[in-house]
Write a protein that binds this ligand. Structure first.
Ligand code: SAH
Length: 240
């Protein structure tokens, strides 16, 4: 069974967006995954198809109405009860490669895109939505966040990436940032490719790559190293 993505949005025309291109687009055309972008407004019942209202307690902006969103969620849940329900939200748990991998191994996901000031808290609670953030900044809507989550998931689906191995060696997969990459020309603006990489000594290459990954992680993202990791305490220059 292929990975089924159902997106709830006020802008279904934003999908599949960039995921209609390159490897994700080919996989979509092949049916390795599916994408169903639904218009939240279709679940409004009044004459004006209202989806938002002013915030209780006052303040700027508008809030997505819980009744309309709940109807949309319930309609999709009736069709696909097994799918986890994600709400894109800057207040959510930051997305990790581990969560991405779990999602990729599952049947799919319902992804809800907020707009305006966000979503009425009661629908988040009553429908037990998993709030997911893609980083500590504010987007104008959940759509680019949903596309980001799906991009990260789709590239892990079986058969999507030509070279399966590259999915395992990357940044975060081993708990570290990835080592730097080089390719021809041999000398670029006076700078040669590090000698070890052209040595043909695979053990030495692997050791160099691991040392680089560790040094890079220690310098840029020590938070990725376990607290008690002695590697975290050592200081070593990055690259070169
Ligand atoms: N007033 C809210 C921000 C609303 S932004 C607050 O301060 O928390 C409008 C919508 O964009 C949100 O409902 C959410 O769906 C989406 N969004 C914005 N930033 C996001 C982020 N970092 N990660 C995931 N979704 C985000």
């Amino acid at each position: 069974m292929s990975f089924a993505a159902v997106v709830l949005t006020l802008y279904p025309e934003m999908f599949p967006g960039h995921l209609g291109h390159s490897l994700a687009g080919k996989a979509l055309a092949r049916g390795d995954w599916s994408l169903d972008a639904r218009q939240i407004r279709d679940f409004a019942t009044d004459r004006h198809r209202t989806v938002d209202d002013t915030p209780a307690g006052g303040g700027a902006g508008m809030v997505l109405k819980p009744d309309v969103l709940a109807r949309a969620i319930d309609a999709i849940t009736a069709e696909r009860p097994a799918l986890p329900r994600l709400l894109m939200s800057p207040r959510g748990r930051p997305l990790t490669q581990a969560r991405v991998r779990e999602l990729a191994e599952g049947p799919g996901a319902v992804i809800i895109c907020g707009r305006f000031e966000g979503v009425d808290q009661r629908v988040i609670d009553k429908r037990a939505l998993e709030e997911v953030s893609i980083g500590d900044y504010i987007l104008s809507g959940g759509e680019p966040a949903a596309l980001t989550v799906l991009d990260a998931v789709v590239r892990l689906l079986p058969g999507v990436m030509g070279n399966q191995a590259s999915g395992v060696q990357e940044s975060f997969e081993g708990g570290l940032l990835e080592h730097p990459h080089y390719t021809r020309p041999q000398i670029f603006e006076g700078e040669p490719i590090p000698e070890v990489l052209t040595s043909g000594n695979h053990a030495a290459i692997r050791a160099w790559q691991q040392a680089q990954a560790l040094a890079l992680t220690r310098a840029r993202r020590p938070d990725l190293l376990p607290e008690d990791d002695e590697r975290k305490q050592q200081t070593q220059p990055v690259m070169k």
